[in-house]
Design a binder for this molecule. Structure first.
Ligand SMILES: Cc1cc2nc3c(=O)[nH]c(=O)nc-3n(C[C@H](O)[C@H](O)[C@H](O)COP(=O)(O)O)c2cc1C
Length: 410
């Protein structure tokens, strides 16, 4: 039987029973196993929490976004508890997650007034793809917990905003469905599985579906300790696996395991089997960045996984400058973590990123307004970026550089 269909047919009676018998304490003794469902809340066989609520989130409308941070409390009002805990949380004490946002406060923008800039242009190009702004949608697994249409509204909203969608290998829709629904640039992110044949299948399917780059996430070969969901004591909803195995002979039971001892040979495997540019995601040190580029990667993605992997790693914006310096313009640098303002985008670009990625705000926008919600989130960010560029005196994205940013003393 098809795994997606079976998983979607979980009955609400089972849900009620699961809810009635689960307590926060029992969940603390029941840590989640490391598997390819890593960032896709649904774990095969884990039962289901409040599936009717998941099915109810079908919003499709423009939303009024005053700023991106204000989306979270609004989304919290409508998301099922597990979804909100899963999306909003980080690992451990969530220090890194908080620092991702507050570390921007260590930098200030130096505006160049009287520069005669009238209408700044936010358009840019990365790896040959034209974007309406230097912000892309970060890979996020299992988006069915935020909207009944799973990844579809995110893909469509990202397209409508004129930017790039990154498909997580643990998406609820298959990469083929996502590619068919997409009319914009798209990359494929892989959590490298322990089964090499399955890894090959994923990479080849991504290429055949028209994805133009592979993102290898290296910071999550095992679970971060996400205490918000553990404390909640609910089983994750089981919404199936989008990218199940297709090649005859590959053991479907094995595909849920991650390759824990990930290494450079696996990165080379991604390059060889896909024939596409490869970007390493989860880079926080100049040494790793330099090695990636030495080994032929097209770029690095400076990220701590939104504070969801190792707590007490550096915020993205703090790790960025040294990485940019060591690469010396030889490769693409993307940065994410805590991007909530046009100012944050401007600072990251001034410190040398060519683009930044947006995580949680996209999912909150999708929960609140589907594709139009995602588009509204991007529209707000673009307006803020245009405002900052106009005031700071940069007419184009290429004009934003180190002369526009300064580190605060102390
Ligand atoms: C709900 C959720 C799911 C995620 N799933 C993935 C994933 O499947 N693959 C991946 O590389 N990163 C994943 N990430 C990390 C994001 O790609 C990104 O690094 C992070 O969310 C950026 O931080 P921000 O949420 O503060 O914008 C996920 C993040 C969230 C919040």
């Amino acid at each position: 039987m098809d795994i997606n269909r079976r998983d979607l047919l979980i009955s609400s009676a089972g849900v009620a029973a699961a809810l009635a018998t689960t307590t926060p304490l029992s969940a603390q003794n029941n840590p989640q196993p490391a598997s390819l469902g890593l960032e896709a809340a649904p774990q095969p066989g884990a039962g289901s929490s409040d599936i009717s609520a998941y099915e109810a989130l079908k919003n499709e409308r423009k939303i009024a976004v005053i700023n991106l941070s204000s989306l979270e409390p609004e989304a919290q009002k409508i998301l099922p508890p597990y979804s909100y805990a899963y999306i909003s949380g980080g690992s451990g004490d969530e220090w890194t997650m908080r620092q991702n946002e507050t570390a921007f406060n260590r930098w200030v923008i130096d505006p160049h007034y009287l520069a005669g800039v009238k209408t700044p242009d936010t358009a840019t190009r990365i790896l040959g793809s034209k974007l309406s702004l230097p912000v892309i949608t970060a890979p996020m697994g299992g988006q069915g917990i935020a909207h009944a249409l799973k990844e579809l509204p995110d893909v469509q909203g990202t397209n409508a905003a004129g930017t790039l969608y990154v498909n997580s290998s643990v998406s609820h829709m298959s990469m083929e469905e996502i590619a068919a629904a997409s009319r914009g640039p798209k990359w494929f992110q892989i959590y490298f599985p322990s089964n090499r044949d399955y890894a090959r299948e994923l990479l080849q399917r991504a290429k055949a579906s028209g994805f133009t780059a592979i993102i290898v996430t290296v910071d999550s070969t095992t679970f971060g300790n996400r205490e918000r969901t553990i404390r909640l004591g609910m089983p994750s909803p089981n919404l199936g696996r989008g990218n199940g195995v297709k090649t005859p002979g590959i053991n479907a039971n094995s595909i849920g395991e991650l390759k824990v001892d990930l290494n450079w040979e696996d990165v080379a495997f991604c390059q060889k089997e896909s024939g596409l540019p490869v970007i390493v995601k989860g880079v926080l040190t100049p040494g790793l960045a330099a090695e990636a580029v030495k080994r032929g990667c097209a770029g690095v993605w400076v990220s701590n996984h939104g504070g969801r992997a190792i707590d007490h790693t550096a915020p993205g914006i703090s790790a960025l400058p040294e990485i940019v310096q060591v690469l010396g313009g030889k490769a693409l640098v993307i940065m994410d973590g805590g991007i909530r303002r046009g100012q944050d985008v401007f600072l990251a670009l001034a410190l040398g990123a060519q683009a930044v990625a947006l995580g949680r705000p996209v999912l909150y926008g999708m929960a609140l307004g589907g594709a139009q919600g995602v588009e509204s989130v991007y529209a707000r960010l673009k307006t803020e970026l245009q405002m900052v560029m106009q005031l700071a005196g940069t007419a184009a994205i290429k004009d934003i550089n180190r002369n526009y940013v300064r580190k605060l003393e102390g």
